[in-house]
Write a protein that binds this ligand. Structure first.
Ligand code: NAD
Ligand code: MG
Length: 380
């Protein structure tokens, strides 16, 4: 039985990971970590029997301890707790399904402890890809992408020589506001932005899809995962999310991975790589599908995407600023304190105010994150 640990087990990716464990019956969950939903966490503990569980807040951890005192279980909290889950000796693979840069340190710790990483937590690669990728090689661990586009690219690259990639065609749905102009976007509400046309995901990434910042983050994620320059990553809008991404090779051949939009496929592929397993669910029916259409991304009305290319070009600590500013701006939008169009404006202001640190170390990345948070707090 392959043994896995999950950071972010109560979220969208976390619960779908557990659904795959439930269906297959040949994976063992040895540790779980979550933020605050201890009701769901308790249910997961009783179903999957991990021996170690981390809850972010101390109080919630204490409450969970009381509720589960009938079980042989260690409960930990805070960053130390996340790190303990990350390096737990039993686990062979760590699923990083947590949101934000909080994933950096546990991911590094897990790699140093020899764990393969099924990586959903894109913010870690965006901000610390220059540390994570060389470390993976040094520690001889695998980084298996869970993000659907990156899993698609990874699948297209099986048996291929990475040196022969000409470009990566990263597909995007365009989100719920595709086709709208800035004037129409000014007044959109949180509820509208939370309605993704194809995918059901956590709140932060759903807003990121509406602003196209998600595609910007994914461009930077792809750059590190596959060792390509941002200029060799082309964003292709394909509204139905049927083609999950493509790779063009030096001879002009384009290989694509297609499927119905279901995150369980990329999650399962990462868990069992290089094996494929049956996966119940809807299959592509090309007669029903009829056509697949393509559009250019609209960087004019969705400046969050072009700012990502600026962040990647500036390099160093600039992607951290892009990511941290976005994270806070999305939180303010969800709290209805700012409008939709202010999200990219805040990112731009923070990027303009920043003095880039080349090849930042983890401590520097985390202090840049704090500086950005403080700047946003003082101004908005
Ligand atoms: P989510 O908000 O649904 O879940 C986040 C999980 O992280 C929850 O279990 C939460 O409790 C946990 N968490 C948050 N803060 C924590 C903390 N301080 N300590 C411990 N646990 C904490 O998010 P999601 O949509 O599942 O996304 C997770 C990651 O996967 C993100 O980086 C996202 O960009 C990426 N991703 C998600 C999808 C998707 O379909 N949801 C697709 C591709 C990539
Ligand atoms: Mg994606």
């Amino acid at each position: 039985m392959k043994k896995i640990a999950i950071l972010g087990s109560t979220g969208s990716i976390g619960t779908q990971t557990l659904q795959i464990v439930r269906t297959n019956q040949d994976l063992e969950v040895t540790a779980l970590a979550a933020g605050s939903n201890i009701d769901l966490l308790e249910t997961q503990i009783r179903e999957f029997h991990p021996s170690l569980v981390a809850v972010w807040g101390e109080e919630k951890a204490a409450e969970l301890k009381i509720r589960t005192k009938d079980l042989d279980l260690k409960i930990v909290s805070g960053m130390d707790g996340l790190l303990e889950v990350a390096v737990q000796p039993e686990a062979e693979l760590l699923v990083t399904a947590i949101v934000g840069m909080i994933g950096i340190r546990p991911t590094i710790a897990a790699m140093k402890a020899g764990k393969d990483i099924a990586l959903a937590n894109k913010e870690t690669l965006v901000t610390a890809g220059h540390i994570i990728m060389p470390l993976a090689r040094e520690c001889q661990v695998q980084i298996l992408p869970v993000d659907s586009e990156h899993s698609a690219i990874f699948q297209c690259l099986q048996g291929e020589n990475k040196e022969q990639i000409k470009k990566i065609l990263l597909t995007a749905s365009g989100g719920p506001f595709r086709g709208r102009k800035k004037e129409e976007l000014r007044e959109v509400q949180v509820e509208d932005a939370l309605k993704h046309p194809n995918w059901s995901m956590g709140r932060k990434i759903t807003i990121d899809s509406a602003t196209m910042v998600n595609k910007g983050l994914e461009m930077m994620e792809a750059r590190w995962l596959f060792g390509v320059e941002p200029k060799d990553i082309q964003i292709v809008v394909q509204p139905k999310s049927i083609i999950h991404s493509m790779v063009e090779f030096v001879d002009g051949a384009v290989i694509a991975q297609l499927g119905t939009p279901d995150m369980k496929l990329p999650i399962q592929y990462a868990l069992y790589y290089p094996d494929r397993r049956d996966l119940p669910g809807e299959r592509l029916d090309f007669w029903k599908l009829n056509e697949i259409t393509f559009e250019k991304p609209d960087m004019e009305n969705f400046p969050g995407l072009s700012l990502a290319f600026d962040a990647a070009a500036g390099g160093g600590s600039l992607p951290t600023v892009y990511n941290a500013a976005n994270e806070r701006a999305v939180a303010l939008f969800l709290e209805r304190k700012i409008g939709f169009l202010e999200i990219p404006q805040i990112i731009r202001s923070c990027m303009e105010a920043h003095k880039v640190i080349k090849a930042p170390k983890v401590d520097e990345i985390l202090s840049v994150e704090q500086e950005v948070y403080e700047m946003i707090e003082s101004r908005w």
